[in-house]
Design a protein around this ligand. Sequence first.
Ligand code: HEC
Ligand code: HEC
Ligand code: HEC
Ligand code: HEC
Ligand code: HEC
Ligand code: HEC
Ligand code: HEC
Ligand code: HEC
Ligand code: HEC
Ligand code: HEC
Length: 384
Amino acid sequence: MPRLPSQVTLSAVAFILWTAAQAASKEAPAGPGDACLSCHEKLAKGTVVHPPVKNGLCLGCHEPASDKQHAFGFRAEGKQMCRQCHAPRDTQKVLHNPVTEGLCLFCHDPHSSDHHVRLRKNIFDTCTQCHPSKRIQDRTSLTRHGALDPERNKLVCVACHDPHQSDHPKRLKDWPPMNVCFTCHDKPQETQDGEVMNMKAWVDSHEKLELRHGPVREGLCNECHEPHGTDNWRILKRPFPPEFYWPYRQDLTYALCFGCHDQRLIESEKIAEKAANNEDPAKDLAWGKRPEGDRLIRIGVTGFRNGEENLHFKHANKVDKGRTCRDCHDFHASPNVKHIRDSTRFGNWEYRLNYQRTVSGGSCWPGCHVERRYDRVAKKENPR
Ligand code: HEC
Ligand code: HEC
Ligand code: HEC
Ligand code: HEC
Ligand code: HEC
Ligand code: HEC
Ligand code: HEC
Ligand code: HEC
Ligand code: HEC
Ligand code: HEC
């Protein structure tokens, strides 16, 4: 639970000292005075000046308290002061606690500052003083997200979140979250290890929703990626291997996929269940019970099998050169059923999988071996 930092009281003390120091330079008039900026020019020194300050409309906020002394009260308190000229910012579905509490001045300076929209601090510091966990996450994570780097995104947090209010969960600026991602991922982006593709163009090119993987279909990129940065490759929420070959270790290697899918998929070498045809892809994949929570599983554990031999096990469950899910599937979108790729990358070599489906099986003829076929009902013999 974020809380107000103790700086609030500290800066109040500093403020009184600083006001006293100001007093030394020029005598205060006996009364409100006029041409306020002639003595208070420092208030308009920042690069971002509030228009009423620039225009000398000081009395829009300050109310003279005496004819004889230079003393002032405020025309209104809290958000009411701002509402004299600005529309309310607590009318939408998802509000922000400091805004509804009227703490506009915790973030904004009323006169001028050197930061965007006259913030008292830069955006990153403005937000992280109350949300310190995000700061820790970003400063120490192995994979940082360019979206939080002020050099690459000057709006930092508020590129994705509205600081005041919105109609979407977590006060995102748009919904589903994918729309927010696509404001930047509508072009390739340079990362520490090379360029990442234009994901918007790729997803958009698969217009039929069933060609998009479940969570992408719903626009929930954040089911797999952590927008604030993580210790995993590609800011993934859970581990997924970065290379073509990867040794299989239970609970570690594909934790990302097995958050939703059932890991029996690659763990049972021989499948005891009776052969099933799995003709209807929509009906096949159902929620199965697991001690750690329900997971998606197909009737007969997996359809990728030759007779009773589990081909997921065969390809991926190895102590050394296990093939990763990425070698065959594209879990963003792909032109084929079961999200099978057209082609895959091995080092700098991009080769076609030539995957074909039959009613009860399929075949492929990739760069790495001759054509091999599988059938769930009548096991196929393949050349060795
Ligand atoms: C001739 C110079 C001069 C002019 C003109 C002047 N001020 Fe000041 N003002 C000062 C000085 C010096 C102080 C600090 C002395 C003090 O604490 O009373 C001060 C203090 C203040 C304060 C802080 C004290 C408080 O009671 O909140 C406010 C607010 C303020 N001025 C507003 C204004 C406004 C608004 C105007 C124009 C209508 C204005 N001043 C015109 C010199 C001036
Ligand atoms: C949008 C409302 C608003 C306007 C317009 C505004 N002020 Fe202020 N002023 C405040 C608030 C609120 C404070 C209390 C300190 C704070 O929150 O930073 C303040 C504080 C001050 C202070 C005391 C200390 C300080 O921060 O320097 C002075 C002096 C002052 N204002 C003068 C002026 C003058 C002169 C103008 C016009 C040129 C002006 N203000 C215009 C809201 C306003
Ligand atoms: C006397 C009228 C008036 C009051 C009172 C007032 N504002 Fe403004 N404010 C304006 C005008 C005019 C603009 C420029 C037009 C716009 O951007 O909407 C502006 C712009 C802004 C901006 C845009 C950033 C910038 O400076 O260009 C922010 C942020 C802002 N005001 C915050 C506040 C806050 C916070 C308060 C309450 C402390 C407040 N305003 C009170 C008149 C006012
Ligand atoms: C948590 C910090 C925070 C608080 C509290 C806050 N703001 Fe802002 N405000 C921001 C940030 C950050 C931006 C810049 C948003 C952007 O550029 O997308 C902004 C932008 C603005 C703008 C200019 C853009 C716009 O939305 O019109 C105005 C005006 C404004 N704020 C007024 C207010 C008022 C009035 C309050 C109190 C009711 C308030 N703010 C409270 C952080 C805050
Ligand atoms: C003055 C302290 C304060 C500041 C500054 C602040 N926040 Fe918050 N924020 C809160 C509080 C309090 C909550 C409500 C906490 C809760 O419900 O867990 C909140 C909630 C949020 C939430 C929604 C969390 C949820 O679960 O729905 C987001 C997103 C958020 N803030 C982002 C920001 C951003 C971006 C900034 C900078 C523009 C910012 N905050 C600045 C105090 C602050
Ligand atoms: C690239 C877009 C993006 C940026 C930039 C971003 N966020 Fe978020 N933020 C999100 C999304 C999406 C969620 C929903 C989280 C989820 O589902 O995992 C979120 C959730 C949150 C939450 C709610 C708590 C939680 O984990 O659910 C807070 C608080 C928050 N962000 C604060 C911040 C702060 C502070 C910054 C800047 C330091 C920031 N965000 C930058 C996209 C972003
Ligand atoms: C404001 C712009 C912006 C937004 C919005 C944004 N990104 Fe990014 N993203 C970047 C930039 C810049 C990079 C390249 C720098 C980096 O992070 O490596 C990047 C990199 C990435 C990477 C590769 C990270 C790596 O280093 O390997 C992934 C994955 C990613 N973004 C996913 C997302 C997702 C998911 C969302 C929506 C929740 C999103 N991005 C929203 C700007 C953005
Ligand atoms: C099911 C989990 C999952 C979902 C949902 C997901 N991603 Fe990814 N994403 C990954 C994995 C795993 C990688 C790394 C392997 C790869 O590049 O294929 C990745 C890689 C990326 C990359 C880098 C691609 C490259 O060129 O190397 C970007 C950019 C990206 N995702 C953005 C998004 C966006 C935007 C969304 C939402 C439309 C999204 N992701 C949804 C799992 C997911
Ligand atoms: C957030 C939950 C979630 C995560 C994480 C997830 N998936 Fe999925 N996956 C689904 C849902 C829901 C479906 C069913 C809709 C569909 O066919 O895309 C699905 C379907 C699939 C299918 C097609 C199944 C069929 O019978 O048509 C494949 C292949 C697949 N996922 C692979 C993966 C891989 C590989 C990963 C890890 C990178 C992964 N998934 C991570 C939710 C998830
Ligand atoms: C060598 C290629 C290959 C690899 C590696 C691979 N798959 Fe598959 N996968 C397939 C094929 C082919 C199918 C389609 C089976 C059918 O329906 O005929 C499939 C089907 C699926 C399905 C649909 C349900 C089912 O089991 O039939 C899911 C979910 C899935 N794979 C997830 C994964 C995950 C998670 C990984 C990584 C741990 C992975 N796959 C690795 C080729 C592969």
